[in-house]
Each structure stands twice: as C-alpha cells, then as structure tokens.
Design a protein around this ligand. Sequence first.
Ligand SMILES: Cc1ncc(COP(=O)(O)O)c(C=O)c1O
Length: 460
Amino acid sequence: MTYQNFSLSQLQAIDAAHYLHPFTDHKDLRASGARMIVRADGPFIYDSEGHALLDGMAGLWCVNVGYGRHELAEAAYEQMKELPYYNSFFRCATPTPVLLAKKLAELAPKHINQVFYGSSGSESNDTALRLVRHYWALEGKPEKNIIISRNMAYHGSTVAATSLGGMSGMHEQLGGAVPNIKHVMMPYAFELALPGESDHDFGLRAAKAVEDAILEAGAENVAAFIGEPIMGAGGVKIPPASYWPEIQRICRKYDILLMLDEVITGYGRTGEWFAAQSMGIEPDTITTAKALTSGYQPLSALLVGDRISKTLVEKGGEFYHGYTYSGHPVACAVALKNLEIIENEGLVERVKNDTGPYFAKMLQERISGHPLVGEVRSLGLMGAIEIVKDKATRERFQPEGSAAVVVRDHAIAQGMMMRATGDSMILSPPLIWTRETIDMAGDRIVKALDLALADLSKAK
Ligand SMILES: Cc1ncc(COP(=O)(O)O)c(C=O)c1O
C-alpha cells in the first residue's frame, strides 16, 4: 500500500488520529492539518498537492548535499546486503564505522582523534555529559562536575540534553533536570548589548558571565563549558568575534573542559569542516550529527579530544555507556559516501569563498533595508533576519513571535520554506545552493516581507 492511494485529507485524518509530532501543539495541528512533503530533489521539496518549495532549512539543518542523491541510497543498499547490522559491544566491530572514525579524525582539529557514535545529536550530548564527568572522576576529581551552559542554548531533547540546553519552556515540562548544570547569558548583541556598547565589548561581557559562574561555583567544582559555536535553534545567534577566544582563555585558565556542540555547524555549514576551525576554538569534545549523513540516515558522532580519550583508555576500565545502534554500519556507510560527495564537489570551499559571501551580500543588499527588518546576520550558509515593528528602536510586534509567523506563512506561499523562531527568521540551506538559488531565495523573501508588511500594517 502506498501513500498515493490516500487523499491529503485522508492522510491528515490518519496523522491526527495516530501520530504525535515533535515540538507540536497537537490541537493546533489537528485544526490545520499537516502539510505532507512527499518527495524532494536537489534544493526543492514537493508537497502532496504538487507545490515546489525551495528548502531554506536543509530539512532540519541537515540535508547539506541536497536531495535525490542516488549514491547515498546505493551506499545504504550495498551495506544492507553485505551486513545490515552488527554491534560493536563485546569486542566486536564492523569495518564501516572503523573506517568512518579514521575519516572523522582526519577532518577534525588535530588534537581530536577518537569517535563515539550515537543515532542523534541528543544522544551524543548525553554521551558528552557522561564522558566529561567520568573524565574528572578518573582524574581523581569527582567533585568537578558542574557544567556551564547558556540561556536559549539547544542541545537536544532527551532529559540530559534538555537539561544542558537553556530553553525555559522545555525545562518547565521536565519535572526535574539533571543536577549541576548552570546557565548564563547568551552572546546575543542585538537584544542584550547595552546602549553604546560595542560588539567587541559585549562579546567580552558575555564571556565574563561564564567566568563569573565559574568563580561563583568554584573552579574546583566545574567540569566543563558547553556551547554551540552559533546558537542555531535559539535563532542563529552569531557571537561577536571577541567571544570565543575569551571563552577559550577562561576555560584554559581554570582548567575547565570545552564541549562544542556542532550538531548544526559541523560538516561545512560555516565554510570550514567545523566551526571550531572557522572561529579558532580548540574544544575537548565536538558533538556532531545531522549533516554527517546529510540526514539520509540517523547518525551522530561525538568527536573526543586526546586529553579525554587518553584518560578514558588508560585509567577508565569499562565505560558503562553505549547504544544498540552505536556505529550502525548502514548509517556509517552513508556517512562515508556523504563526506566523499562533500569533498569531491568542494562544497566546504564553495561555502567559504563563493556562496557564503554571496549569501551575506544578498541579505545585506536586498533584505536588511526592509522596514520589517532590524538586522540580518550570517556566517557561511547559516543566517537570520530579525523582524521588528520599529527599525530605529528595535521594538517588536506583540505578542512576541507573532510577526515572524506571518512572514513565514507568506514565505511558504511564495515557495520558500523557512523557519521562524521567536522573532528571528532563520535560514540554513543545503550547501549545494548556487548564486542563482540564493537570488531566487532573495526574490521570494523580499516578496514575503512586503506581503507581511501589508498585513501587519493593517493590523496595527
Ligand atoms: C545544536 C544542537 N544540538 C543537539 C541537537 C539535537 O539533535 P537531535 O535532534 O538529532 O537529537 C540539535 C537539534 O537541532 C541541535 O541543533
């Protein structure tokens, strides 16, 4: 039985009857019905009614090589025929995750040479949390177990990942977070810089919030700092250039491990393989997922630096942690092929030297002057458009987030899939976008902004 035997309204009724969607107000969804995306090719997704949408979000920040890559389907098929599954527990391995681990060690910063696999970013952040606490215990400092994170951080949706994240709504529904995780201010100059404060000074002040938290807890009690190089789900918040070097200095000064969450920024999005390289950060762990397989298979890889892995190997004994699908051979075969595509097509260099700068120029020249836009920002192929009521004062429309949804709905009607988080419109397209695709996106976004302005002006 295939979906073609069902009408859209039949599928929506079945969806409403049986399927609890992630991050969804279910009553609301049932009132409107879900949009059914039924196929995709290159940079476009198609819904059941035949509408083509330019996918400005690469699925959910993951389909970096675009859709319709038969090589990835073939890699999965070949691996499934040869060996669909075997585990890496009790002294066994399968060759594909072994070879992928070697490849990841080659791509990662020099001091990172080991990999622990999971199936999602959330799982790998759980692994990271357990690993850094275990590291300090093995070093004879079990009391050094506080993790410092930021408000509005997103590290995933398991209990540990939600606790690491800084989304207050998620915390409220948790009914008890993992203890000893503290949150400090985020490096978001657009809203948090003081009048007259330079970006540089704001970046230092946001980093100082981390130092203050360390001093308050006592450095002897702090295991690590965790952060996304660019906060993604929180609204593509790009910190000032002064922020990360200062964080790095603070972590070194107090001997605090640095955990980088590159679930979104990994594998080329910022114009380097990892944002750690774009921003000169030397982390102890890097959480990666999503674009590792371009979303064609669920797979995550926690990249583990030499300092931690040396202790784990030499002093650790058995690490009581792992998943049935750690190092799943099919997912790893797809990842290897995906990385080969990214390399062969020079996608990382293209983002750095061509499409990333062109994307920034499009946002600056065509979007930033619009009356609804308070700021545009981007790095590589990752960007945001801040929606405001008043350009000069940065006053927002009320209730918060409502205006961005109007823009988003017009964008979708114009054939442009983009996402609204709060009052930020966010973009994270496949890395195969060309200058022509960026121009097409620009046309559609400008139209959506004009239509939204007309609606919002009427509502004033
Ligand atoms: C920075 C970051 N970390 C972790 C996650 C969680 O990944 P997953 O949804 O694969 O569990 C996400 C998901 O968007 C993310 O953006």
